[in-house]
Design a protein around this ligand. Structure first.
Ligand SMILES: *[C@@H]1O[C@H](CO)[C@@H](O)[C@H](O)[C@H]1NC(C)=O
Length: 302
């Protein structure tokens, strides 16, 4: 009898794909490669994904993905000298202030895109899961907007202050910030001071400028009764970082923060390879210090 009941139950069980909103805001192909591979795999497993991206794949074979093109985001680079986002050119505090302005303008451009407006008009229970990129808190507002669990994914590592919000240890002498110019702060006193400085600047900017200002902007789009945006960040269901745990900072992580790696390697089409080099060029604008002067060609072996 029990076996019969079990058999009936097994026959009746249905497998349902989830309806997922994947909103990846960063107009940077090197970031989008990582998100593409996740979104693609989710769709192939039968989930229905709405992929908001600056670099749509436009692959007709991926029938379970609906792409919303936010390539209008690239407008933001038109009047911007990206080289100011380097520590040689700008001090950290000013960079934080400029960065906030940049991300808020980017958000406003994206909210004007017709496809995004349509998403925001949808009922609260439309999506079973929301995926966003780590680092810009305003998109955490989508968790409230759609009352759904939210997974934040980083295409690289996680900044120290973000680790703090997620409950991970952040002692600046032990765990170097991903934006530090020193790779191992334990080796020199300057490394320790730099790591502490980055941590404090990010903490104070976050507490007194970035979160209050982001919260105000988020409310005007997602609703005024939203919880404080920092609490929504703390309430992230799962955070995934694309770093190799063998060579990462060896930081202990809360159970809802996981490191995975090589997500960016799933890019085989020749047309995409061309874009990787474009991505490298852009990245060197931000990170001039890692490329000696006079170097015009880079070969990257992974
Ligand atoms: C789309 O999802 C269905 C299930 O809803 C699945 O059977 C199918 O393989 C998926 N197709 C593609 C191309 O991803």
């Amino acid at each position: 009898m029990i076996k019969l009941l079990l058999l009936i139950q097994l026959l009746c069980s249905a497998v349902n794909g989830a309806n997922i909103l994947a909103f990846f805001h960063n107009p940077a192909i090197s970031h989008q490669f990582v998100f593409r591979s996740i979104v693609k795999e989710l769709s192939l497993r039968g989930h229905s994904v709405t992929f908001v991206t600056s670099d749509p794949m436009k692959d007709a074979a991926l029938t379970n993905i609906t792409e919303v093109d936010i390539s209008a985001s690239y407008q933001i680079f038109k009047n911007l000298d990206a080289s100011i986002f380097s520590r040689e050119a700008t001090n950290l505090i000013k960079m934080g202030i400029l960065g906030l302005d940049f991300t808020q303008n980017l958000f406003k451009i994206q909210m004007e895109v017709e496809g995004v407006k349509e998403i925001l008009k949808k009922p609260k229970d439309t999506y079973d899961l929301v995926l966003i990129e780590v680092g810009n808190p305003i998109y955490n507002g989508l968790k409230y907007k759609f009352k759904a669990p939210l997974i934040a994914i980083s295409s690289y590592g996680i900044p120290s202050y973000w680790h703090e919000l997620l409950g991970n240890p952040t002692h600046p002498f032990l765990y170097v910030d991903i934006f530090s110019k020193y790779l191992d702060p334990l080796e020199s006193i300057w490394g320790k001071i730099d790591s502490l400085y980055i941590y404090l600047v990010n903490f104070f900017l976050g507490e007194f400028l970035i979160f209050p200002s982001t919260d105000k902007l988020a409310r005007s789009y997602f609703g005024n009764d939203m919880p404080y945006i920092k609490d929504l960040v703390r309430d992230t269901s799962l955070t995934i970082a694309n770093v190799n745990p063998i060579i990462s900072d060896r930081r202990p992580l809360a159970p809802n923060v996981v490191e995975v790696w090589n997500l960016h390697l799933n890019r085989v089409e020749p047309s995409q390879k061309v874009s990787i080099y474009a991505g490298v060029k852009l990245a060197t604008k931000y990170q001039q210090r890692i490329v000696p002067k006079g170097v015009t060609r880079l070969k990257i072996c992974i």
